[in-house]
Design a binder for this molecule. Sequence first.
Ligand code: SAH
Ligand code: SF4
Ligand code: F3S
Length: 523
Amino acid sequence: MNEKQRKEQAQIKQVSSVDRKSSQDKPLSEKTTEDFAHYFQTTYTPPDIKKARKRGRDKIEVHYDFEIPEEMSKIGKGKKFLIRTYGCQMNEHDTEVMAGILSEMGYESTLDTDDADIILLNTCAIRENAENKVFGELGHLKPLKLEKPDLIIGVCGCMSQQESVVNRIMQKHQQVDLIFGTHNIHRLPDLIKEAMFSKVQVVEVWSKEGDIIENLPKVRHGQIKAWVNIMYGCDKFCTYCIVPMTRGKERSRRPEDIIREVRHLAAQGYQEVTLLGQNVNAYGKDFDDIEYRFADLMNDMHKIDIPRVRFTTSHPRDFDDHLIEVLAKGGNLLDHIHLPVQSGSSEILRKMNRKYTRESYLELVAKIKKAIPNVTLTTDIIVGFPNETDEQFEETMTLMEEVGFEAAYTFIYSPREGTPAAVKKDDVPMEVKKERLYRLNDLVNKQSAESMDAYEGKVVKVLVEGESKKDETVLAGYTEKNKVVNFKGPKSIIGKIVDVKITDTKTWSLNGELVEKTAEVSN
Ligand code: SAH
Ligand code: SF4
Ligand code: F3S
């Protein structure tokens, strides 16, 4: 089919639904053009925050019965897939699940676009530039699709949860065969079948979150560190953030399933797990049958024989005393906490709906430092929130110093349609926002460099991950506090935790020498 025919046929696109309920009403094959009419509108309906805020505590069911339909289990034999991942660790981990599903369908992975039979873009909607990258990539893929009409191009992840994006792709990017949302990943085999055989654009985006499906296959990236989802979604509704709309409401995996997964990883020789969630310390709040929270989970992690346990991201609001007490036990619970503050101004924090103040954040930091004296704190900061004044920005600068963050991800505020902050008039010019970001970044670099300098001559424990990206005669790994260390050593120590003496420090990394025995160990 040529491009023109494709376009014509796209007028009767098959869309399973943006709404799970109506998708269940009618099988796809029985749908008429009218059923898809809402997709042809050019006006954009933003994600409905009011509806999302009211979402109730519908019972989330946990399923253990995922299987690849028989007819799809060999369909990928001799074929290859490529998944490009944008955004956060949640997406990285979803990619591992999709790679698992595709592998069970017989596909092999490739890094070469020309070689791929399926290309999936697992997208991020957090800031405008994240979205622009994806639209740029779709443009690059267009000639390939024209050359290889059987190639399946799919868009999934957080961007596809937004109706505006779906509309834009349907209208302007006919090279895309398949669009599916973050709650539809387990439907991948059926969706690929649909995309393969119907040869028309297939869209399936459930606006309502799905249940938890436990036994999805995964192909993990590497055998040293692993991600483990402990919860999905976010109910915090920070006024700038799209995530509560793209990922649905908070829902926690059952403790026994998480513990089993981590034990299994430990038995396979993994050295480190990172527990994942948009705010992991809200874990368990949605359980109505058991009193089991994040602190309890970390306490159970502490008992598992795996050398390193990390978590991301924790929200200051749910960081309770019990959690601090458990983390202070140390052992495999590392003394690095990523605790996004977003702003140092209480007024801006109020406008962001963060539900804490500068003062209460500092109190929390003081409590953490008292319980874990050697703790390393890192953070996320947004500059240029609508109408942020110079004084308010200065408060962010002073907070940065006062806490002594050793690293920070810093962002210029990006309005996201459908979020409350996006409709606010904003009197701060972009030039001023950029200026603030540069100043903040200078401070972040300075604090990071200072924290690195303190390691000179010290011995640190490094989990060796592989060869350095820049020089294959050099090995690279991470300390317990997540600092990159480069040093020379035999390849046989890749995947092990070794002692390295730091000889030289840079702003964002450390150089060192492998040591056999150490007198003094610093993390
Ligand atoms: N759940 C985590 C963070 C998720 S998003 C938390 O609450 O800490 C990662 C970071 O992206 C956020 O911490 C925030 O700093 C940034 N971010 C989110 N929305 C943004 C927006 N609209 N503009 C700029 N940065 C944003
Ligand atoms: Fe977004 Fe706030 Fe939820 Fe983090 S806690 S994902 S910033 S709404
Ligand atoms: Fe982006 Fe979605 Fe993660 S918006 S930051 S990929 S949850």
